[in-house]
Design a protein around this ligand. Structure first.
Ligand code: UD1
Length: 433
């Protein structure tokens, strides 16, 4: 891509990757036909569809963003390593499978580029619900031949994945489960809403204490995925970095309050759009927000934390922003310990960043300088793309397949907003993750 772009125009956001994958796993809980809307067109959705097919489900796209999942009465119980290693979110079938089949065998995902990402909290919680667990040949084998039983579970950390897995297990357990210190991300609320529509009894949605009264069986439902707040936030930061003017449509401003507030502190004008009258609901296609920036942004300190804190998934973009801002800022990463690995790629573009443990001090530069860099994960890739948009000359982001995993049609959308971006063959591309 060529630097010097000013991003301007309107851009729609699709459903959240981090929600859609869990909603697909939740479909396993009810035999019959589940319909999901606003599913993003990304590789991870295809991987999850393949995983569900191997478990016996029939998964088909029935229109733009629409997925029909037919789940038979009898389903399998195994998630193979070849799929789990390509997509960590595969672990989210663990809870639904033990709950529904009384047995699950899911490959351990292993580490990745942003941290060790354990699953100990998922496993400890399932044990408390009465499953017996074993590690066998790289697989987690969970057994609950007589079903799961409600329990009081305290999570050491409000893990998104563990909360989701335990929620999906608890809805079919006998009796009451309380998950304390639960994660409360909007994607968790989205999942809880779908489960409730399926007949689950869940209290405390949106708080850190979830109370679940188990039911005998669930019915399939028709559900629309929540908007992707991380993609929406990426556009917002892109508008600020490029002194642009972007209207993000379909986004829920309330899911980005802290992020938009930081951008206001950086000097941007942020306004909500739509949302009054009409029948589109809070995240209908005509509602969202507009971010305008007329001058060089001021540096902003950011601390990532579980919701409602600043999302770790937007940390690389905020580092990119601070790299070209006026002044210096401290970015603190509290969620994933290796999430500063991409910083060396930013430095290749001329950014001044010093990391010490989970802190990064970023000194804003008046210019960055285009270079070939490499995306190490989805969000790092998006951060590098934003930096490339404001760097002098040409920046090539290698391993762009990472970016595609979180941003459906990113390059086309960037072009529509005025950027000079092209997809070129990547000589280093290897099919991994
Ligand atoms: C999800 C999102 C990811 C996002 C993250 C935090 C998906 C596919 N991914 O990841 O994009 O960045 O939420 O909002 O939905 N941990 C443990 N043991 C566990 C579980 C987690 O130690 O059993 C640790 C992890 O190593 C990490 C932290 O807790 O340091 C957060 O992980 P978690 O909230 O579970 O994130 P994910 O669900 O993996």
């Amino acid at each position: 891509m060529l630097g010097g772009a000013r991003l301007a125009g309107a851009v729609p956001v699709a459903g959240a990757k981090n929600s859609a994958l869990k909603l697909m796993a939740a479909a396993l809980l009810a035999p019959g036909t589940t319909l999901l809307e606003r599913v993003p067109a990304i590789l991870d959705v295809e991987i999850m569809a393949e995983l569900l097919r191997r478990l016996g489900a029939d998964v088909a796209g029935t229109g733009p963003g629409q997925l029909r999942i037919e789940v038979p009465q009898q389903i399998g119980h195994q998630a193979d390593y070849d799929l789990v290693r390509r997509m960590r979110a595969s672990i989210s079938v663990l809870g639904p499978l033990v709950a529904r089949v009384g047995r699950a065998q899911v490959a351990l995902p292993g580490g990745d580029a942003i941290g060790s990402r354990g699953v100990d909290l998922h496993l400890a919680g399932l044990e408390q619900l009465g499953a017996t667990l074993a590690h066998e040949h790289g697989y987690i084998v969970a057994r609950a031949p007589r079903g799961l039983a409600g329990a009081n579970i305290w999570l050491d950390f409000p893990s998104v994945g563990a909360t989701e897995n335990l929620l999906m297990a608890a809805v079919l357990a006998r009796g009451t489960t309380v998950i304390d210190n639960a994660a409360r991300e909007p994607e968790i609320c989205d999942l809880a809403q779908m489960l409730s529509a399926m007949g689950a009894k869940i209290d405390g949605v949106g708080t850190s204490t979830l109370e679940v009264i188990g039911v005998d069986h669930l019915e399939p439902t028709h559900h629309t995925t929540v908007a992707d707040r991380i993609v929406a936030g990426t556009w917002a930061i892109g508008a600020v970095m490029t002194h642009g003017d972007i209207t993000v449509l379909g986004a829920v401003p309330a899911h980005l309050e802290l992020v938009l507030d930081k951008l206001t502190q950086a000097g941007a004008d942020v306004d909500r759009v739509g949302g009054t009258g009409g029948t589109d609901g809070p995240d209908g296609p005509d509602t969202g927000f507009r971010v305008r920036m007329a001058h060089r942004p001021r540096a902003v300190d950011v601390v990532t934390l579980p919701w409602p804190g600043f999302p770790t998934d937007l940390q690389p973009m905020v580092i990119a922003l601070n790299s070209v801002a006026e002044g210096a800022a401290m970015v603190t990463e509290n969620v994933f310990e290796s999430r500063f690995m991409f910083v060396n790629e930013m430095v290749r573009l001329g950014a001044s960043i010093r990391t010490d443990g989970h802190h990064a001090v970023v000194r804003g530069q008046s210019r960055l300088s285009g270079a070939p860099v490499r995306a190490t994960d989805i969000r790092a890739g998006a951060g590098l793309v934003l930096a490339g948009l404001v760097a002098d000359g040409v920046t090539t982001v290698g391993q762009a397949f990472h970016v595609d995993r979180g941003y459906p049609g990113f390059d086309a959308q960037l072009r529509e907003l005025g950027a000079d971006v092209r997809r070129v063959p990547d000589p280093y591309e290897v099919g991994q993750e």
